[in-house]
Design a protein around this ligand. Sequence first.
Ligand code: HEC
Ligand SMILES: [Cu+2]
Length: 366
Amino acid sequence: MATRIRPLQRRPHARGPEPRTFAAAALAALVLGLLPLAAVAAPPFGAGSQDALRTGGPQAALILDLWRLLLAVCGVVFAAVMAAFGVALWRARRGTRDTPPELQGPLRGEPRSARLVAAATGASAVGLCGLIVASVLTDRALARLPLSNALHVELTAHQWWWQARYDDADPSRTFETANELHLPAGRPVLLTLHADDVIHSFWVPNLSGKKDLIPGRTATLALRADVPGRYRGQCAEFCGLQHAGMALEVVVEPDAAYAAWAERQRRPAEPPTDPQAQRGQRLFLAGTCAMCHAIQGTDAAARRAPDLTHLAGRARLAAGTVPNGRAQLAAWIADPAAFKPGTNMPGHRYAPEDLDALVAYLETLR
Ligand code: HEC
Ligand SMILES: [Cu+2]
């Protein structure tokens, strides 16, 4: 005789959260919800600042407004989803060890839930459309920056440094520099962007959005920097081994300071007067250095590497990777790859007194 199958015993399901599940979910929601605060705890404004939340001009401010709107809308959506999740957990039926498995699905449809899901879908679609409109409007506002009296700079990206040519209506007043961009506060700047080898991307978060530099193409980017200070730009498109070591220092200064800097850049390097520096100059011109670098006012006119005419005036060497100074210059010349593995500058073996002379010469290039 077959054993009688014991009928499933139906027990009322207890209501209320399974405490551990609920605690874990609440913790996850809290951590996710607090993540944006990490962005608010940004480093102090000042030297080396690279921070899209501390804007130094109108273009970055427009982008920050859009970012805030996105954060607010997404924050509300996130909170709503987490709240719905919490309610669902709270109201879920709870089983005990001997609650039989539920073998049947819900017996009837749940019209209330269906209506809720439809309403939430509709609200999401409306919210997304709103964000699209906001981003199109921001884009148009970015394009409306007045450009009368704009400073024109041609920026060329190389693996892994930046070449900047300051244009002027009078060709004798154009000049070139590298890795450090000086901009007059309050005056619009039109950047023409080129790439020499691979795709790079220009990004100075405090001042503007990103723009790719693509070999064989010319792109432009307009910005205005209103707040004087030092900002850090960073190549924002992976471009090889030293991508992270491709920073761009941007110095925004009042008009007079900028004009004085530009005037200095236009002048060729002054011939060294100190005998040691003179010997250093001879070493520079006779050695391999002059095959890659230019120093205006000397025979060195190669364009494969940063222009060194006013090297000593720059705060950092090698696209932001090394502070500029005597010891660092010597170490860089001897073994650049120790600072930037993969760099396109070869190391040079000099006798100590020759290296000293070379560095003494480079230090005169103010
Ligand atoms: C084969 C070409 C080549 C030769 C030869 C060469 N360099 Fe360079 N140099 C470069 C390149 C490329 C860079 C940029 C490296 C980087 O930042 O990744 C550079 C960077 C530098 C910098 C830093 C410039 C800046 O704006 O921060 C200095 C200083 C420098 N070189 C000095 C020298 C001296 C001095 C010599 C001769 C002893 C020399 N270089 C020889 C290619 C060369
Ligand atoms: Cu890069």
